[in-house]
Design a protein around this ligand. Structure first.
Ligand code: HGY
Ligand code: MN
Ligand code: MN
Length: 422
């Protein structure tokens, strides 16, 4: 039976076709995808996804935060399904694969099982998690965080974007504020396929990353209050220049991550000056910080170092520097049994593979706190992601989907159970 099973492959051309078909929803001239969560392009891809899952025989349900659950029936519907999938939203300068590969590969797994006439005892559930990227609404991996109990649904529904539109209003606008309570859909396990978004697999010529850990993440909202005054008449020693102080904060974040590394990264990705003008010394500005490490103790040291640096810059420059942590996600340890199932599937299919820690956050990282979860990585070109140049090969996408298929089959006990037509 194993032999027959290991010959079963997904339809690579069909998956590749889906990836390029859905890339047009929010496609950019540079070949990327700009599909911010709960916007019009997200609605387009959600409608496409719903239709495709229904055509594959799934019953599609939507919860109160818009997460989509497409359930392929099993013989015993009382059993909580195996969850597979990822997210369909992207960064503003996103690519075709981040999140999309995992979601479409999950659909492809269902289609392949249908074509092979495979029945499972346990149902399979293909998921599209709302707002994994965290670009329009914080935090990232928002809906899976609420599912894991880190936030209430009411809290998340009230979150506002830069234009003051709440999550609830955005969900209603696109018609994806579902009836099901967050957390109603139960799972026996969750496995997510994703591009690595880093350089290791490609550099080592590995096709599959068997993800056993994930970095912890801390997000901060920052504000600096100085004093706006005339750029020509204010002597340098009397200035309270918020932007000059901010530049020291940016360099302090970089220095902390380098000094506390190599298992640490720090980024200041956003900054906005209130009422900027060429001939006014910046008085007030806001910014955000993203800090990560796979070690909890390093996260603590980074947090302490950041607060210390902020206090020192504020005192010396006589400005107010307020840096408030709005999110801390502990490092993830994935389920060893599931990680083994991923490793065995990769081995059985003959793909070169290695254990790897995820630098990026993923919905599976939140789900791992409330159920057995694991991840599968495939390489992306030059490790580039969150950039319109993001790219991957059809062969690697198919390899990842095959490992997902065989991991699901082994968890579902197909080798010992249902009809697998070789
Ligand atoms: O931020 C992350 O790691 C993910 O891409 N949302
Ligand atoms: Mn992602
Ligand atoms: Mn991403």
């Amino acid at each position: 039976m194993t032999k027959a099973r290991s010959n079963l492959q997904i339809d690579s051309a069909r998956l590749w076709g889906d990836i390029h078909e859905t890339a047009k929803f929010g496609g950019t001239p540079k070949g990327g995808v700009k599909r911010l969560t709960l916007g019009p392009e997200d609605k387009q891809v959600r409608d496409w996804f719903r239709k495709a899952c229904e055509a594959a025989g799934c019953d599609v349900r939507v919860d109160a935060l818009g997460t989509m659950f497409a359930i392929r029936p099993g013989r015993d519907m009382s059993k909580p399904p195996i969850g597979i999938g990822s997210h369909l939203d992207t960064q503003p300068t996103g690519g075709k694969y981040d999140g999309i590969l995992g979601t479409l590969a999950a659909l492809e797994v269902v289609r392949t099982m249908n074509d092979a006439g495979i029945e499972t005892d346990i149902p399979i559930c293909v998921c599209n998690w709302t707002n994994e990227e965290g670009s329009r609404y914080a935090p990232a991996m928002m809906a899976s965080a609420a599912y894991a109990g880190d936030y209430t649904t009411e809290d998340i529904l009230g979150r506002k974007d830069a234009d003051g539109i709440t999550v609830a209003e955005a969900l209603d606008t696109i018609g994806y504020r579902g009836a099901d309570a967050v957390g109603k859909q139960k799972f026996s396990a969750f496995v997510e396929l994703h591009i690595e978004q880093g350089p290791l697999l490609e550099a080592e010529n590995k096709t599959i990353g068997v993800v056993d850990r994930g970095q912890g993440i801390m997000w901060y909202d920052g504000a600096i209050t100085g004093f706006a005054s005339h750029a020509g008449t204010t002597p340098m020693p009397l200035r309270k220049d918020a932007l000059a102080a901010f530049s020291e904060v940016v360099l302090a974040v970089e220095k902390l991550a380098r000094d506390l590394g190599p298992n640490a990264v720090g980024t200041v990705g956003e900054m906005e000056i209130d009422n900027p003008s060429r001939n006014v010394i910046p008085g007030d500005l806001t910014f955000t910080i993203d800090i990560r490490s796979a070690e909890s103790a390093t996260l603590d040291a980074l947090h302490a170092g950041l607060q210390k640096a902020a206090a020192e810059i504020a005192a010396r420059r006589k400005v107010a520097v307020d840096i408030r942590r709005i999110w801390r996600k502990e490092p993830t340890i994935f389920d060893t049994r599931l990680v083994e199932a991923v490793a065995n599937a990769a081995q059985e299919l003959g793909y070169a593979n290695r254990r790897i820690t995820s630098g990026a956050g993923h919905d599976a990282c939140n789900l791992a706190t409330v159920m057995p979860a694991a991840m599968i990585f495939v390489p992306c070109k030059d490790g580039i992601s969150h950039n319109e140049l993001e790219d991957a090969t059809q062969a690697d996408c198919a390899a990842g989907a095959n490992v997902l298929l065989h991991t699901v089959l082994s968890i579902a006990g197909v080798a010992s159970g249902a009809k697998a037509i070789s």
